[in-house]
Design a protein around this ligand. Structure first.
Ligand code: ZN
Ligand code: ZN
Length: 355
């Protein structure tokens, strides 16, 4: 069970009601499709569930979490109202970043005795600082992803399709310990590679094609994320130039990253290189994002980001250039920010790969 002191320090509420699957997973480490977690001060936490999970949820009691089962004929909101009365709770934080408008109006109606306070952004902030266990899971997820990349290089050749590459890459991640995917794999070859988020198709890979692969594994619920663009046969002069510019941009970003920098500053290190080479209009997304249980978490590194990159936070560095009708290149590594420096967790080679 996560320490919730920081959340209460930021939100100043008497209790926090956690309903979304991923935030319940975050705070408890317990995966379930249904449940209400009530966080109270001094690490007193109560998990409300139904008979499907009651027995499994007993494992939470080892962490001092009280597990309450909703009995037949009663509702979760009845149980919540009992808890709020018993603990003299007047203000309850809720996940405004996760709940639907309908969920919120039901809560407002059923929990009429308390004041509902939006705390979604505070939960995102707390989640952005990773514990040692979370860092270990993300490191492992990234190492699985790197291994899968080294395996896929043995498979890519003219004549196979983007879908073939996708299936093999996902198989290699599973084979090397992934419990699932961090997100839908992106495979884009030839002129498809000018679309940053192209889905794999039945397109056959041909000689001279760039192949961009953006993929990640999930390990103990935590994501990894990397992108490489490789070439099948010799690339055109223009694609080779684009590759070198993107690599230089990414290297500038990574080499200049430091603990306490602004996300916007990391973005500008990459963007300036692309701009000075005349490709600014073709770098159409931000430089990076954090990850964790979600593939996109705060902080972010973009032109407009107001986030700082602090110790125990992650950020990707993933500049790209995409020219419609020509093709595109993206290179993405995952960085861990720590007080004494920034570690690039992505170990795969970035010198141009021509298969
Ligand atoms: Zn990615
Ligand atoms: Zn990414």
């Amino acid at each position: 069970m996560k320490n919730t002191d920081k959340l209460f320090e930021l939100s100043k509420v008497d209790a926090v009601l956690v309903i979304s699957e991923k935030n319940r997973m975050y705070f408890t480490g317990f995966a379930s499709t249904f449940g209400y977690l009530v966080l109270l001060h001094n690490n007193k936490n109560i998990f409300i569930t139904d008979p499907r999970y009651y027995e499994m949820a007993q494992s939470l009691s080892r962490d001092g979490v009280e597990v309450v089962q909703i009995a037949n004929g009663t509702s979760a909101t009845d149980a919540l109202n009992d808890i709020f009365r018993n603990y003299d709770v007047k203000s309850v934080g809720f996940e405004d970043t996760e709940l639907t408008v309908q969920d919120h109006s039901v809560l407002k109606h059923k929990l009429a005795g308390v004041k509902l306070v939006p705390v979604g952004d505070f939960i995102c902030t707390v989640r952005s600082y990773k514990t040692e266990t979370e860092i270990a899971y993300i490191r492992k997820a990234q190492s699985i992803t790197d291994i899968a990349f080294s395996e896929i290089l043995k498979v890519i050749r003219p004549g196979i399709t983007e879908r073939d590459v996708q299936v093999e890459l996902e198989y290699q991640m599973a084979r090397n310990g992934a419990e699932g995917l961090a997100f839908d794999t992106i495979i884009a070859s030839g002129i498809n590679s000018s679309k940053p988020h192209a889905h794999p198709t039945d397109k056959v890979i041909e000689l001279g094609d760039p192949v961009t692969m953006d993929f990640g594994a999930r390990y103990h619920g935590y994501c990894s994320d990397m992108t490489r663009t490789v070439f099948v046969g010799q690339p055109s002069g223009e694609l080779r130039k684009i590759y070198n510019v993107v690599l230089l941009a990414q290297t500038m970003g990574i080499n200049n990253a430091y603990c306490g920098m602004a996300g916007r500053e990391l973005d500008s290190y990459c963007r300036e290189v692309i701009k000075s080479n005349g490709y600014e209009q073709y770098f159409v997304h931000s430089t990076g994002h954090s990850l964790g249980i979600d593939i996109h978490e705060t902080p972010t590194a973009s032109m407009r980001s107001v986030d700082m990159l602090n110790a125990k936070q992650f950020i990707t560095c993933e500049p790209g250039i995409y020219i419609p009708g020509v093709g595109g290149v993206r290179i993405e590594d995952l960085l861990l920010i720590e007080e004494d420096g920034v570690t690039d967790l992505t170990t795969s080679d970035k010198t141009i790969i021509i298969l």
